[in-house]
Design a protein around this ligand. Structure first.
Ligand SMILES: [Zn+2]
Length: 314
């Protein structure tokens, strides 16, 4: 593709200048397209926001009166316009409400993935492949070292801790709901208790039709160290349980070198691994790729050799 791209990296974030809107801006702007509810993508200070209805509900729950935006909730697959530019959202498979943004302009299709994964996740809408000319993708785990194990293999490994109470640290939004769904399904004989911070988002998931199985609110009076209990807490709370007799602490993350102390690490990722990223490039048909969030150097080096017709912009 020749000439200046209509989408550019700026200090405030990705800017689609023909329509003067930003994608997941880091600082407040007039018009923001927000891909999903994680705080590094959904900030409260934009004037107008376009996002899916579930992302809007998450932003309201998280920010309350601090939310300064007029929100335009748009369903997946429904076309809409900003300043005359045609857009649509398509599921990103990252968490509830997460969406890729397809922008169609002058006959060229631009797809911004936001955070995404293509593997099965029973707690959110499945990833939808989108054909495009220009792919703007996250490259969090864009390294051949990252080949995520399956969820079922990771759940199998937990059998080794059968005689203990499990306290699982997981991010309050996205990871906690997925872990709750996986654990309630796989270990129906264990009672699952959920810390109040993630429980707020559990309710939103359920409101949007994502059943998470049987769980109850964490009550420290009812919390007993028994071998039929699982407690799900935010990462910052996990350390207070670490080293207590009869308890195994677990941390759920996609990173191979976890940064939270725990007895056991569950490698469960909400971001695509190397193989998923290469398959995304293939299925998109894109000939220009822009890397955001993480380093795209490995991807650029790989595609220069494997697919020299593809131009990678870092
Ligand atoms: Zn995210």
């Amino acid at each position: 593709m020749e000439g200046r791209l209509p989408i550019e990296k700026t200090p405030k974030g990705l800017h689609f200048w023909p329509g003067d809107f930003h994608l997941d801006p880091k600082r407040g702007v007039d018009r923001a397209v927000v891909s999903h509810g994680h705080a590094d993508h959904a900030i409260p200070s934009n004037r107008e926001v376009w996002c899916t209805p579930a992302t809007a509900a998450i932003m309201h729950a998280r920010y309350g009166s601090k939310l300064k935006s007029v929100i335009h909730p748009i369903e997946l697959e429904q076309p809409f316009q900003i300043n005359g530019i045609q857009l649509s959202f398509h599921s990103a498979g990252h968490m509830l409400g997460s969406a890729q943004t397809l922008i169609e302009h002058n006959g060229i299709r631009y797809c911004y993935t936001g955070d995404f994964k293509t593997t099965h996740d029973p707690s959110c809408e499945p990833f939808k492949a989108v054909r495009c000319d220009v792919l703007i993708t996250e490259t969090t785990f864009a390294d051949p070292e990252y080949d995520h194990p399956s969820d079922s293999d990771e759940l199998d490994r937990l059998e080794a801790w059968a005689g203990y109470t499990w306290v699982v640290g997981a991010y309050s939004l996205g990871k906690s709901q997925r872990i709750t769904r996986l654990l309630t399904e796989r270990f129906p004989n264990r009672k699952v208790m959920v810390h109040p911070e993630p429980a707020v988002f559990h309710r939103i998931y359920e409101d949007y039709g994502m059943g998470l199985g049987e769980w109850e609110h964490y009550d420290h009076h009812a919390f007993k160290r028994t071998n039929d209990l699982i407690l799900i807490v935010p990462p910052k709370v996990l350390s207070s349980f670490h080293g207590r007799p009869g308890i195994v602490t677990m941390f759920a993350t996609g990173w191979k070198r976890p940064y939270i102390r725990a007895t056991h690490h569950m490698q469960i990722s909400d971001h695509a691994d190397w193989g998923e990223l290469l398959r995304l490039v293939e299925s998109s048909g894109a000939t220009t790729i822009m890397a955001v969030h993480g380093s795209g150097t490995e991807l650029q080096n790989h595609l220069q050799k494997a697919k020299p017709h593809i131009n990678v912009i870092l």
